[in-house]
Design a protein around this ligand. Structure first.
Ligand code: ATP
Length: 362
């Protein structure tokens, strides 16, 4: 079965070139697939500079890979044209961190909803277009009478963010790539917006790639998780396993920084010394990028970068502490996610209970 969207051994290097400036490897040998059939929510997590936004931009075709390919339904995203390009722009939607930049201050917010309806010929009349806009607003917990007819500055940041989710919903895409969609809102609104995104997945079968530095919300909304460190996958798999029982020392560090309702959890987080991910990622590193901060670093960590060790049917860890487990190639990650997969509805995340249906925002 051809994937809806696939990253195949993708590396993105910034800088360098003729001026021989410093190079930064923003993403290294990354492989991943979004199925066109099974709606999934995958969280991409990592601290600042780990390559999350670069990955989102690559998957949206906004930047091209230095090596490897992004494929939409089996075709190179960078070479799409005509109907294929149009289908991609319909199937894959983005929700970004700062929605204010998306709005034109001179147009009422109706414009961002009306435009996709017009461009994709979704409605036969003005009345039908209006009904579609209202339905999409309701779906994200906004009241049309309090939203339509207003200018962007007359709405709160959270309302503007939810209008972007409504816009994505109007097109009934197959996949939404949401890059830090709740970073600018307070906790109660965060739950509402995440609830809206979950609803899109559960009711409309839309897949979601949820990009965040926040492990707590990643845990609340996703089934699968990929933890990035300086552009490389360090741990990935079932979110319950990864967050409840992290294996990679970096994931343990991340988990140690969030309050988990598990008093038995033992983590020597304070033993992890060193600096956070900086701007200068090494090019084509042949060692574990985390070794400088790792309390368990061994000589082998600087001799060769660890592969992904499959420690459980639904989990991989790129750490030599787990070298007794079988090593797999990055392209096999998709099979790990597919093993024993549970639909999100079964997990009943906290965010779902908190989100207020029909609530109109701050
Ligand atoms: N256009 C660019 N030119 C040069 N370097 C870049 C560019 N975009 C990103 N980088 C570098 O690539 C690395 C990954 O950046 P990216 O923005 O993808 O990380 P991130 O995980 O999204 O971080 P944040 O959470 O701070 O947004 C960083 O070291 C960054 O400085």
């Amino acid at each position: 079965m051809t994937a809806l969207l696939e990253a195949r051994h993708v590396t993105k290097v910034f800088g360098g070139g003729l001026l021989r400036k410093t190079q930064t490897v923003a993403l290294e040998d990354f492989s991943f697939q979004v199925s066109g059939d099974t709606p999934r929510i995958t969280a991409i997590v990592g601290e600042s500079g780990s390559g999350k936004t670069t990955l989102a931009r690559l998957l949206l075709g906004l930047v091209s890979p230095t090596r490897g390919q992004i494929l939409y339904r089996g075709k190179d995203l960078q070479k799409l044209s005509g109907e294929d390009r149009r289908a991609f722009l319909h199937d894959v939607q983005a929700v970004f961190q700062d929605p204010f930049e998306v709005y034109n201050p001179f147009y009422k917010v109706d414009h961002v909803l009306r435009l996709p309806i017009k461009n994709f010929g979704l409605a036969r009349s003005r009345q039908e277009a209006r009904a579609m806009m209202e339905e999409a607003l309701h779906a994200v917990g906004l009241r049309p009478e309090e939203t339509l007819g207003r200018y962007p500055h007359q709405l709160s940041g959270g309302q503007r963010q939810r209008i972007m989710v409504a816009r994505a919903l109007l097109l009934r895409p197959r996949l939404i790539i949401a890059d830090e969609p709740v970073s600018m809102v307070d906790a109660s609104l965060r739950a509402t917006i995440l609830g809206s995104l979950l609803k899109l997945n559960q009711e409309f079968g839309i897949s979601l790639i949820y990009i965040t530095h926040d492990l707590t919300t990643a845990y609340q909304v996703s089934q699968d998780i990929i933890v990035l460190y300086r552009g490389s996958v360090v741990e990935a798999g079932d979110v319950e396993q990864v967050v409840r029982d992290p294996q990679h020392p970096y994931t343990r560090l991340l988990v140690g920084s969030i309050p988990l309702p598990n008093p038995d959890r033992v983590w020597q987080g304070e033993r992890v010394l060193g600096r956070p991910a900086g701007d200068l990622n090494p090019v084509g590193s042949s060692y574990c990028k985390f070794h400088e901060r790792c309390p368990f670093a061994m000589p082998m960590c600087v001799e060769q970068a660890p592969p992904l060790f499959q420690t459980d049917p639904r989990r991989v860890t790129a750490c030599y502490l787990y070298r007794d487990a079988p090593a797999i190639g990055p392209e096999e990650l998709v099979h790990v996610f597919a093993n024993g997969y549970q639909p999100q509805a079964a997990r009943q995340p906290e965010v779902h209970r908190e989100s207020g249906a029909g609530e109109s925002g701050s």
